[in-house]
Write a protein that binds this ligand. Structure first.
Ligand code: GLA
Length: 397
């Protein structure tokens, strides 16, 4: 037996710190980090003022940084092995693209809000798969929002960081996402899911039973049109609201449609708006039921609601894929499963699975082998605990 320990993988914080030192030839003063997320239930309802139940995963983006005297920003990305620079005063939507649009968008959004923003030198590293449906984009936005808050001496609560990050993504990057990903990256608490009301921005932290684990399975397939399809769904929802508002002026968002009104209202909507609406209204109700089930320890009920959510996203919202459907079906047959559904925007990406802790190995063995047999590709898997939202610390050497 060998006595040499296998080399421990460095954490994103360690990588960001070492990268900063290598690129800028001095030590960074500060570190920030923000996690990726999975959403247990509440798919595509955040931008409809609905309720969602996400949690932060223990994968993250880390930023090592030092304030500058001017309003210039230099950022080195360890993942892209590239340094980008910009002046905060020169930023406007479309002026930068690629990975740097996220940090630049955040600096721009803070300035747009009328707040002073100072420059910084930074190195960024991370272990959230890019484009994998775990919201690496919200994590990089929130980690940089916290960094700019720090160097600019701003007093902004975490939720405000989330809102500024969302504004960066909507108006600077050009993706019409809701607030869920950024709010999770900013506000999540360890061991808990976050019941977020996207209308009021009220948050309730719901403890997750320790007897179950969260498993993320990535299909390994991304659809190119994800962002444009996402924006299209959002427009369809807006169109449904404006048609329903013409029938009943109390309807100002799909959140304001009561489940008992749904059937009679659907005849005012042409396809696919009727299906989109049925998904959103049903999904918001499922989140309420699921949060109650979690709080009263009715795990099986919670799992059923997750499967129902997946069916609705597949059939009515049409954001699933063959591989995601396959992963959910295989999970349903696997030992230890409680519930599974696609998570994130869909169109490829990942599923989230709730699994009895004691059966985790059996579960993983069954699903990954069967997936490989059926689709000839590997499902990337990871088991996560519910992690903490954004943090900032001074570097101690
Ligand atoms: C993406 C968006 C979120 C949310 C989900 C779907 O992750 O960024 O705001 O709309 O899709 O639930």
């Amino acid at each position: 037996m060998s006595t040499t320990e296998p080399a421990r993988e460095l954490s994103p914080l360690e990588v960001a710190r070492a990268t900063f030192q290598r690129v800028f030839e001095r030590r960074p003063e500060l570190l920030s980090r923000a996690p990726g997320r999975v959403n247990l239930i509440g798919g595509h309802v955040d931008y409809n003022d609905g309720l969602v139940l996400p949690l932060a995963v223990d994968l993250e983006i880390a930023v090592a940084f030092t304030p500058r005297e001017d309003r210039h920003v230099r950022i080195h990305s360890e993942q892209f092995n590239e340094t980008a620079e910009f002046d905060i005063a020169d930023l406007s939507p479309g002026s930068v693209s690629g990975w740097v649009a996220y940090p630049a968008g955040v600096a721009w959004a803070i300035a747009q809000a009328g707040l002073p923003v100072c420059g910084l030198d930074a190195a960024v590293a991370g272990n959230i798969p890019i484009g994998g449906g775990l919201s690496s984009s919200a994590a990089i936005e929130v980690a940089f929002a916290a960094a700019f808050r720090e160097v600019s001496g701003l007093e902004l609560p975490e939720l405000k960081l989330a809102q500024l990050s969302q504004s960066a993504e909507n108006h600077f990057v050009g993706v019409q996402c809701g607030i869920m990903d950024q709010a999770t990256a900013a506000c999540a608490q360890p061991g808990k899911a976050l019941l977020l009301d996207c209308e009021t921005l009220g948050i309730r932290h719901v403890p997750l039973p320790s007897a179950m684990r969260i498993v993320v399975l990535c299909s390994g397939v991304e659809r190119e049109l994800r962002d444009s399809e996402f924006n299209k769904r959002r427009r369809e929802c807006e169109e449904a609201v404006s048609r329903l508002n013409a029938v009943d002026d109390d309807i100002r968002s799909l959140r304001t449609v009561r489940p008992e009104q749904l059937q009679s209202l659907l005849r005012h909507l042409p396809p696919p708006l009727d299906r989109r609406t049925r998904h959103v209204v049903g999904e918001i109700e499922r989140v309420q039921l699921a949060a109650a089930a979690l709080e009263s320890n009715e795990t099986e009920r919670f799992g059923e609601l997750m499967f129902a959510s997946h069916r609705s996203l597949r059939d009515d919202y049409e954001v699933s894929s063959e591989e995601l459907d396959g992963l959910v079906e295989l999970a349903r047959q696997a030992p230890g499963i409680i519930g599974a559904r696609l998570t994130g925007a869909g169109f490829g990406g990942c599923t989230v699975n709730l699994v009895t802790a004691a059966l985790i190995e059996d579960f993983l063995g069954y699903v990954t082998e069967a997936y490989h047999k059926l689709y000839g590709r590997e499902a990337d898997e990871f088991v996560t605990d519910a992690a903490r939202g954004v943090t900032v610390e001074k570097v101690g050497w």
